[in-house]
Write a protein that binds this ligand. Sequence first.
Ligand code: ZN
Length: 297
Amino acid sequence: MKDLFGGVEGGGTKFICAIGPDAHNILAEDRFPTTTPQETLDQVIGFFRKHDNLAAIGIACFGPLDLRLDSPTYGRLLSTPKAGWSGADLLGRLRQAFQIPIGLDNDVNGAALGEHLWGAGQGLDTFIYLTIGTGIGGGVFAQGNLLHGLLHPEMGHIPLPHDRARDPFEGTCPFHGDCFEGLACGPAMEKRWGQRAESLPEDHPAWDLEASYIAHALASYIYSISPQRIIVGGGVGSVPHMLKKVREYTRSLINGYIPSRSIQDEIDRFIVPPGLGNRAGVAGALALARQAFQKDL
Ligand code: ZN
């Protein structure tokens, strides 16, 4: 019999709990609105109490999270604009309730690990998972492990060339204004064009500008991290006609400098949508559970 894992995908509007041996076999699932940490985590714990045969639990949650092992606030949310959640002790609450291994990471790192196990990152040892939606975030899987470093990468906040003659929009990032996220996340598109990104027609100039920003970011990641693949997901990132443009612009920006077939001839397989589609979040949580279980063996 296969080991059963529990996964929690913690989001700003809802928490999704699932149980299964892997991302393709979910045996039970439930979702709860994100209210207070006390109430939401009580519901999460109640869900898993109904299943007493779990090998481990994984939590893939919105951040920022304190993931420094030597920190007194390890496993808690750091300062977050989500009301009431700053300092919430995610790991502590779950550890108090369950005496099994519990893994915790941010949602994009979880999604990267899920894609590595069951999706578009299978067989690779270094790749990037980038999500472009309400915000922009990236997880880096580097030489077989999720990259954490000082805290964790913040790939949505890199500076980009911003031609104000072409795009006078000042950007939406409260910290940087016109960083990548400030120029290219869903809310930035909506503010710039006066309508939601998903309602913009395929021939709208918004998509060309969006693809060009994303391509500049991807070129920077390719130069600095040398990924074997870049997975682009999220509500804006996964629009197929835009991803096609992103590939063309990325190859053109790199201009032959990286002597790899992946970029020169096979960019369709190098910049790809998530293999797990919109299941990446739950898959990520199950992947973190599996990782916690294996580390504990
Ligand atoms: Zn920023």
